[in-house]
Design a protein around this ligand. Sequence first.
Ligand code: PAF
Length: 276
Amino acid sequence: MKIIRTVAELRAATEVAGRIALVPTMGNLHAGHLSLVQQARQHADCVVTSIFVNPLQFGPNEDYASYPRTFEVDCQKLEAAGCDIVFAPTVDALYPVPQQVTVNPPPIANDLCGAFRPGHFAGVLTVVLKLMNIVQPDVAVFGKKDYQQLFIIRAMVEQLNVPVQIIGAEIVRAGDALALSSRNSYLSDPERMAAVQLNRALQGVRDGLAAGRREFAALEQAAQQALAAAGWKVDYVTVREAATLAPATADTRYFVILGAAWLGRTRLIDNIEYAA
Ligand code: PAF
């Protein structure tokens, strides 16, 4: 497995690499990321995993500085998972001049997580497009835990004619159903035990839908109240159409229930898809 730090070296290494799959990450890799690498493996001769904590997608009061950086261990895991190239540029290598040209995301980027993280998805799209232009992959794999991110990346690729096939990979969960996330490492032991409550709240909404209930606001409110009562600060719990992320209606058959909430100083997100 090659570890590459510069754009020029990456270009040289991928020139004769055959079919390329890109797995963009910010490092601190867990089994969820490794499942992306394994899926990438099935689609390509050469798997490139990028590790880059992208300053452009963090707000001024967010966790850019404290985001867990575990490069050595990440590389060991990637090698074992069958990755061919780790692309880990410095901030200067990826942003050699101030990044004045950015991708303007679609309106949905101001909703859900975007309503609480202004500018986040412009930062995500800009770095993802740069990585795609640098690596020139045939396919790129993203996790469905960041459902809104995956949706917005698909929109960018479609609407800007980026010649990359996007693969959405299923959420990998811990034994208690907590979605794996690098930010789970911020949780104290008691918080880690309580963290599954977010998934339970979403499951409660799913159970309501499965029982035929369609008063979405009441279902959302019940979930938010359950979380608040357990000490969470809820950003949102919402029932949407899976294909469009528009609010669900009486005609919706394929739902996604999305939630974001703070447990102490850790913001967790999760979602559940449900076909009625
Ligand atoms: O999902 C992430 O880890 C990041 O948003 C991504 C896609 C690697 C872009 O920095």
